[in-house]
Design a protein around this ligand. Structure first.
Ligand SMILES: C[S@@+](CC[C@H](N)C(=O)[O-])C[C@H]1O[C@@H](n2cnc3c(N)ncnc32)[C@H](O)[C@@H]1O
Length: 445
């Protein structure tokens, strides 16, 4: 029998064999993936998302979030099972041994590739394969952790998946229907997410908040409350990770974190936002880029300044952000030369493979440790949207502005959000003065 042609790949510290694509897709590796071209889906653009999944699981297990014993964990839309295999390969032994890992996929060919990889690379732990539709197969329940990484929108999976979580659980959700979540396809934004989103420089932040609000509201229907752990916009996808806890009381107060974003708010709107505890910058009389308003505040749905309903609370946990540091990441997610040899990587490629993993790792956690030092209710201020609220001749450097604000006693940082932005909770009059100072100094130098 002719041997199947495969390619050997490294991601983080985990090897994979995958079928060679039947034709070259010029978008492969950059766009949403190569659905029809390989027998099993694989998209290297999602490497960072899988790295963060390893780091989040490591953080949660290191902090005794779950009671002692085995952790039932499901890679719900697993494809080649690379995410699950990374959990098992990269976590320290004492953690990976606790994992009872399942991979679900509708396609038997995908699960064949999970098998081929576990056999080839001798994983110590077993992976249980579930072939079928996640929406029905997940309901056997009791999952401590579920990852949902669909083609397009995750909305169809959320209700069954949330019902199937254990009392205290973690849910990670990817969405690649970014056009819907960011309001550029208005029909799907309303149809799928019951929201409208203004297409502006905050649109991806609004998209993350619309997704978070949907998860929180579905969880509330099942007597569960959510706590955001991490929210990331990267390339073509949005992804949120939440802790989900069974709590009628928590579920009933879901509305506390749901509301509206208003661009160019009036002073009355700013005052309402301040009164609701949603605006740390004060100064209601000053023109400011945006504010959040609580869900019950009357908003005109025809007003183009409005996005929502969306999550108005913090999008991440500072403990999680601070655990995403390079030292921890390198310890877990970089391979050693001995392992690379045992997996079949030629020794003359080891240095460049390790370097490639290191670069990808650094990119995937860039700025999180700094974000951990700022107030979780900080606003995302896009620097080229400070004008006309501040009469600037050019946008200030985000790093210089964040530094100046921090020196003035208001911890601030450059945001990991891809558009140049800072995170700050400083009073608006201080942001105003320092932005002018930083911008003028840079024009003079
Ligand atoms: C975007 S890929 C997942 C990628 C994977 N998580 C990774 O990190 O490489 C989506 C996968 O979901 C599978 N799938 C699509 N709909 C499904 C469903 N309703 N139930 C189970 N699997 C499904 C597809 O066969 C495909 O392998």
């Amino acid at each position: 029998m002719e041997e199947e042609k495969t390619t050997l790949l490294l991601e983080g510290a985990t090897p994979s064999i995958l079928p060679i694509p039947s034709e070259i897709d010029e978008h492969f590796g950059r766009g949403p993936g190569s659905k029809g071209l390989r027998e099993v889906f694989h998209n290297s653009v999602m490497t960072g998302s899988r790295t963060r999944s390893v780091l989040l699981l490591h953080h949660i297990l290191s902090n005794s979030y779950f009671p002692e014993g085995s952790i039932r964990i499901l890679d719900g839309l697993g494809a080649s099972g690379i995410r699950a295999r990374r959990w098992l390969t990269e976590l320290p032994k004492e953690q990976s041994q606790r994992l009872d890992v399942h991979v679900c996929d509708m396609l038997p060919e995908s699960l064949d590739w999970v098998n081929k990889n576990t056999e080839r690379f001798n994983l110590d732990s077993q992976i249980t394969l579930i072939q079928g539709d996640l929406r029905s197969r997940v309901l056997e329940g009791g999952w401590h952790w579920i990852d949902v990484d669909p083609y397009g929108s995750p909305i169809q999976f959320l209700d069954p998946v949330i019902q199937a979580l254990s009392r205290d659980a973690i849910l990670e959700v990817t969405a690649t229907d970014t056009a819907a979540l960011t309001g550029s396809s208005k029909g799907p934004t309303m149809r799928r997410y019951g929201a409208f989103v203004r297409t502006d420089k905050w649109a991806h932040d609004s998209g993350l908040r619309v997704l978070m609000a949907n998860i929180a509201r579905i969880a509330a229907r099942h007597d569960r409350s959510v706590k955001p752990l991490l929210s990331v916009w990267e390339s073509h996808h949005l992804r949120v990770s939440v802790a989900v806890t069974k709590s009628k009381q928590g579920a009933s107060s879901v509305e506390k974190n749901i509301g509206w974003r208003i661009i160019n708010p009036t002073s009355e709107e700013l005052q309402s936002s301040i009164d609701a505890g949603l605006h740390s910058h004060g100064c209601p009389e000053s023109s400011q880029p945006f504010c959040f308003l609580p869900f019950r505040h009357p908003v005109n749905h025809k007003d183009r300044r409005v996005s929502g309903p969306l999550w108005t609370g913090p999008l991440a946990s500072n403990e999680v952000l601070s655990s995403f540091n390079l030292e921890a990441a390198e310890r877990l997610c970089l391979p050693d030369s001995e392992s690379l040899s045992s997996w079949g990587f030629p020794s003359n490629q080891h240095d460049s493979l390790i370097e490639q993993s290191r670069r990808s790792l650094t990119r995937s956690i860039l700025r999180f440790s700094e974000e951990a030092k700022v107030d979780p209710s900080s606003s995302l201020l896009i620097v080229d949207r400070l004008h006309p609220h501040i009469p600037l001749l050019g946008p200030p450097s985000p790093s210089k502005l964040a530094e100046a604000l921090t020196e003035s006693g208001h911890p601030s940082c450059v945001s990991s959000y891809p558009n140049p932005a800072i995170l700050t909770s400083a009073p608006w009059n201080i942001i105003y003065d320092l932005a002018l100072e930083v911008s003028t100094a840079s024009l003079q130098s």
